[in-house]
Design a protein around this ligand. Structure first.
Ligand code: PRP
Ligand code: URA
Length: 208
């Protein structure tokens, strides 16, 4: 069974309302997405491995820790791009592997248009798929498949809003992939949009 973690926090809920608001302009939307991503990542990375390392304070030597895992972020283009600034602020050394999928508007199936992994050996211990919306789940399932095929030992999905349909599909194909989101919404409409949702996360960020 995959684990679904809904990060219930008043600050997350406050910024989520701003993200949902149809009158929030793109620059405010990007700022809200950045803040919520930062908070979701705090929750999603609490089990990262560390190793002991000594540190010299101005007064004496003491024990500290450093992160051990090689962290990779896998934003799904385009909407996942807005989650990268927060991710790199928290993990400046992380790798970013862009995944090019768009959702066909008629079939709602993901279509791959950019593959970053061709002929490259896996170089991360844990990969966080970044995408604000988990709607039908098709894009997230394809992204998790791609990362596992590349050889990533641990894959985590991080998003803003999930629909029950998307969580169920991800659970069916990747029960080992934990899901971290700010909220679980009610359902999809007949065009595959999340209700109540926030509309098209890519268009909302980039003003298209
Ligand atoms: C959106 C969103 C996800 C996908 C979710 O991307 O950012 O990638 O749809 O839908 P699914 O769970 O049904 O697969 P979209 O295809 O609109 O591309 P964009 O980010 O370039 O706007
Ligand atoms: N993609 C989006 O950007 N929004 C939705 O509601 C569903 C898919």
């Amino acid at each position: 069974m995959s684990q679904v973690h809904v990060v219930n926090h008043p600050v997350v809920a406050h910024w989520l309302r701003i993200l949902r608001d149809k009158d929030t302009p793109p620059h405010e939307f990007r700022r809200a997405l950045d803040i919520v991503t930062h908070l979701l990542l705090y929750a999603a990375t609490q089990d990262l491995e560390t190793e002991p390392v000594s540190v010299e304070t101005p007064l004496e030597t003491t024990e500290g820790v450093q992160l051990k895992s090689r962290v990779g972020f896998a934003p799904i283009l385009r909407a996942g791009l807005g989650m990268i600034p927060a991710a790199l602020r928290l993990f400046p050394q992380a790798q970013v592997w862009h995944l090019g999928f768009y959702r066909d508007e008629t079939t709602l199936q993901p279509v791959e248009y950019y593959d970053p992994f061709r002929h490259k050996a896996c170089t991360v211990d844990v990969a966080y798929i970044l995408d604000p919306m988990l709607a039908t789940g098709g894009s997230a399932v394809a992204a998790a498949h791609k990362l596992k095929e590349w050889g990533v030992p641990r894959v985590v999905f991080l998003g803003l809003i999930a629909a029950p349909e998307g969580v169920a599909l991800l659970e069916k194909y990747h029960p080992d992939v934990p899901v971290y989101v700010a909220v679980m919404d009610r359902q999809l409409n007949d065009r595959g949009y999340i209700l109540p949702g926030l509309g098209d996360a890519g268009d909302r960020q980039f003003g298209t």
